[in-house]
Structure formats: C-alpha cells, structure tokens
Ligand binder design. Structure first.
Ligand SMILES: Cc1ncc(COP(=O)(O)O)c(C=O)c1O
Length: 404
C-alpha cells in the first residue's frame, strides 16, 4: 500500500495546491531525483568515459550504473541492451532509420498510435518499397481495445516489424503484447513497443513480453526531461545502424576506416545527458522503492473513481475501455464544448491541470473520437481521491452552468 500523503512531500510543486492530472504528458519530479542531479553538479561534475581523473571516473561509474538499473527495472538480459536516448521519439526513430529495409517488407502498426510511433512508419513507406498495415480496435472502436486475432490476420512472412503502443496515450487501453509478440515471431518479424505510457505505470518485463525493442521516456516516470531509453534485444542489435556516430561509439578509427563498438555504446554518440541520466537512475530507484504493483493498484483505484464519477454526469462523453482494461488515462468531452475551453476552465476555476486537444494522435482523434479533440485527465501515484472528487465536481458544475 502506498502512503500517498507521505509520498506527496517529495513533490514541492504539490504544496502550491495545484491538482496535477497531466502526468501522461509529463510527470512531476520528486526531491530524491533532483538531489541526485545536484549531487553530480556539486560533487563530481565531469564528462564520462573520457578521463582518467577521479571526477570523470565517478561520473562514468554513475552513468554506467544507470544502464544496469534500467536493465534490472525492465528485466533485460544485460546492461548492453540499454541505450540512453533523449526520449521515446528518438528511440523509435533510431529503429525506423536504423533497420535495413528491404523491398516488399511490411510494417504492422495500429490506429491507436501516438504520432511518434506512426509518422516514422509512413516515412519508411515513402522512402522504401515497404507496406504499412494499420490495425484498428474491435467494435465498439472507441473502447480502443486491440485484438490479437486482427494482428494474426495481417502479419505474414513479409512482415519485418510490428510497431505498437503498449498503452494508448489517449484511450488508456492496454495492448495484449505477449500474444502479438508470439504472432510476430512466428513470422520472423520483430516487435517494437512504444512504452511511453506503460513503463512508468506498470511492471514491464521485456523477456516475459518477448519484445525486440522498447522505447520510453524518463520525463513520464519521475526523471527529468531530456533523457529516455531504447531497449534493443542483444541478438537484434547488429541489425540496427546507429542514428548518429562519432565520439563514444568507436573502437578504432584510421584515415579511411572506423570500427564501431559492439555494445549499446555505439548508439550513444557524443556527450550524453549525464545529469539527466543520473536522474533517471534515481527515478528508477524511487519507483522501485514504492513498488510498481502498489503504483498500479493506487492508480487503478483513482481511475475507477474518475471513470464512475464522470460517467455519472449528463452530457459527458467518455472514451476508452473500462478502468480494469486501461492505465490511468481518462479521455472525455463535455457537451459541445471545445476541449481547450474545458481544460482552461478546470485550471482557472479549480487549479486542475489536464491536457486537451488531439494528444498527438490525429488519426485516432479523427477516425475514432470523431471530434476536434478531447480532454484527458491522467493520474499518477501522487494523486489522491480528494483530487479526483474535485475534478468530478468541477466538471459537474461546468455541465450545470452549460445548461443554465
Ligand atoms: C504513447 C506515446 N508515445 C510516444 C510519446 C512521445 O514521447 P516523447 O515526447 O517523450 O518522445 C508519447 C508522449 O506523450 C506517448 O504518450
């Protein structure tokens, strides 16, 4: 069980009275994470893997340790499967640019995708002779639940990659990834998971799932902005050409040749985000201390409360599956109101922060929600039942005002 009131003390921003229901966009950062970065700047500020002096040695050690912390967190086989990136988007682009596409290859994705896991595949299609197949959720489509049978129907021996979200950032629906991994591998295809919305909120085990790539962002899991992770399964690493090469990626260079590192370092060109990575390591420690099961259980409870509260209001339209089938993301619209107006009203009248608009998911918004956008309230472990109550009562007041 989480001691939420105690946990909230780690987030100074919450002391201002703000009700932060926008963690799916970016989470808040707790004190221990900020402290770990300050420690780097105060005590051992130096570049990594470049110096023999003790500050550089200490910085390198801490930076390397982040790889093992992350590897353990997602149950990777080894640290060398962990690549530090800037964010999920960079991780996905590393794969889309790095795989050597062959004429006739097929990529299977879904309509639930964030633009970061969608436009990249359209670009591959435009640049190479590659087909892109887009799987839709089962009826009712706005529940947003993908069915492995629909992947079975389109994945064939031409399929090189299945690239799907682990959890939808708009509808919250969780993808049946293990079943899809099996189907992909039966046909010799790789599975790339966009873990931007899952890794922060549930126990993600890359070996249990059987994915080949997993991309996620630090800033959605209590780490600072500017750092993310791309997991590449060890035996697939050689199939991906790094996006950038240069310092840090090299074993040897001569006037007309170079040899890249065999390990994940060949993907980490140039000076990495050192402080941010150390912050990511501290964020992993922090989440592990709280326990991913506890985080998940607490968020589920809040999501049920939010879902039931909003569903009970007239003229509020909810999207996505039942709370048991989703992460802590709830998308809705209030009558014919513009979602941005609803979000602004929540901020101005009750200090509640939510996201509004298309949520970087134009295809899903246009074809499934069929409105210009929606309001999205998303929870994390630091939210409370009282905050959800306040959201529901403020939306209720808005509905009442609308009908006056
Ligand atoms: C499902 C999903 N994928 C990808 C991204 C992109 O993440 P980033 O902007 O950190 O690269 C997001 C961000 O909201 C997301 O929710």
């Amino acid at each position: 069980m989480l001691d939420v009131q105690n946990v909230r003390r780690d987030f100074p921003i919450l002391k201002t009275g703000v009700i932060y229901l926008d963690s799916a966009a970016s989470s808040l950062t707790p004190e221990p994470v900020l402290q770990s970065m300050l420690e780097f700047y105060h005590q051992y500020r130096a570049n990594v893997v470049r110096g023999v002096h003790h500050l550089s040695q200490k910085a390198s050690e801490e930076y390397e340790r982040v790889h093992s912390k992350v590897a353990e967190f997602i149950n990777a086989r080894s640290d060398s499967e962990i690549i530090i990136t800037r964010n999920t988007t960079e991780g996905i682009n590393t794969v889309s640019n790095g795989l050597k596409w062959r004429n006739g290859d097929k990529i299977v994705t879904s309509i639930l995708e964030h633009h970061s896991n969608f436009v990249v595949w359209l670009r591959v299609r435009n640049q190479h002779h590659v087909d892109v197949e887009i799987v839709r959720p089962r009826e009712p489509v706005r529940r947003g639940v993908l069915d492995p049978a629909d992947f079975e129907a389109v994945i064939d021996d031409r399929t090189r990659l299945v690239a799907i979200t682990h959890a939808s950032n708009l509808l919250g629906s969780i993808t049946p990834v293990e079943e899809i991994a099996e189907i992909a591998h039966d046909h010799g295809a790789y599975l790339l998971l966009d873990g931007a919305q899952s890794v922060a909120h549930m126990k993600v085990d890359v070996r249990k799932i059987g994915c080949d790539f997993l991309a996620f962002s630090g800033h959605k899991m209590c780490a600072p902005t500017g750092v993310g992770v791309l997991y590449i399964r060890e035996d697939v690493m050689g199939e991906v050409e790094p996006l950038c090469i240069g310092g840090g990626t090299i074993v040897d260079v001569d006037l007309d040749s170079y040899r890249l590192e065999e390990t994940s370092s060949r993907f980490e060109a140039g000076t990495p985000p050192i402080a941010e990575s150390i912050g990511l390591g501290a964020a992993v420690d922090y989440l592990r201390r709280l326990g991913m099961e506890n985080i998940e259980a607490h968020e589920r409870q809040l999501t049920v409360q939010m879902h039931e509260g909003l569903a009970g209001l007239p003229q509020v339209e909810l999207y996505g599956p039942e709370p048991a089938e989703k992460i802590g993301v709830t998308a809705f619209n209030v009558g014919d109101l513009n979602p941005h107006d609803v979000a602004l009203t929540l901020d101005v009248s009750a200090n509640i922060m939510v996201r509004s608009g298309h949520h970087c998911a134009f295809p899903l918004t246009r074809q499934v929600i069929r409105r210009p956008g929606s309001v999205r309230a998303s929870v994390y472990f630091y939210n409370t039942g009282a905050e959800i109550e306040k959201l529901v009562s403020t939306v209720s007041d808005l509905v009442a005002a609308m009908n006056q």
